[in-house]
Design a protein around this ligand. Structure first.
Ligand code: 5GP
Ligand code: ZN
Length: 120
């Protein structure tokens, strides 16, 4: 599994991972970092990001697929720890039409309420 820690000095989430910008940490390991969203859209709203700078799901390739797989194991563990037994949603916005505002790959974990029936 790649531990290449590629950083972008101008990237908000790279700064959060580095500790340059404070965040409410939920989980961390060598490969990823999870923290609470500053503007939560559900009672539980957590962002899970790779430590290495990847722009979005559009940049997932064979080279970083194991990293993404690892992140999904972390997502499942966080959802269990947050007691989202009634259900939850994982979302990753890609590009302008999806409303991606931070160009560093991130997965939203949303739960703790009945979520919207519509996704698009
Ligand atoms: P996107 O819109 O790119 O899918 O998601 C970006 C998310 O990052 C948004 O839900 C937004 O509230 C969150 N966010 C933006 N700036 C910060 C910040 O400085 N700290 C934290 N914790 N979340 C942030
Ligand atoms: Zn970044």
């Amino acid at each position: 599994m790649s531990k290449d820690l590629n950083h972008d000095a101008d990237c908000l989430f790279c700064k959060i991972i580095n500790g340059e910008i404070p965040s409410n940490k939920v989980y961390e390991d060598d490969l990823c970092y999870a923290f609470r969203d500053i503007d939560p859209q559900a009672p539980t709203h957590i962002l899970v990001v790779p430590r290495t700078h990847v722009a979005s799901c559009a940049e997932i390739t064979g080279d970083n697929a194991a990293l993404v797989g690892h992140i999904f194991t972390v997502i499942a563990r966080i959802a269990a720890r947050e007691k989202l037994a009634d259900g939850w949603r994982v979302v990753s916005n890609v590009g302008a039409d999806a409303g991606q505002t931070v160009p560093h790959l991130h997965f939203h974990i949303l739960g703790g309420k009945r979520l919207s029936d519509r996704m698009g």
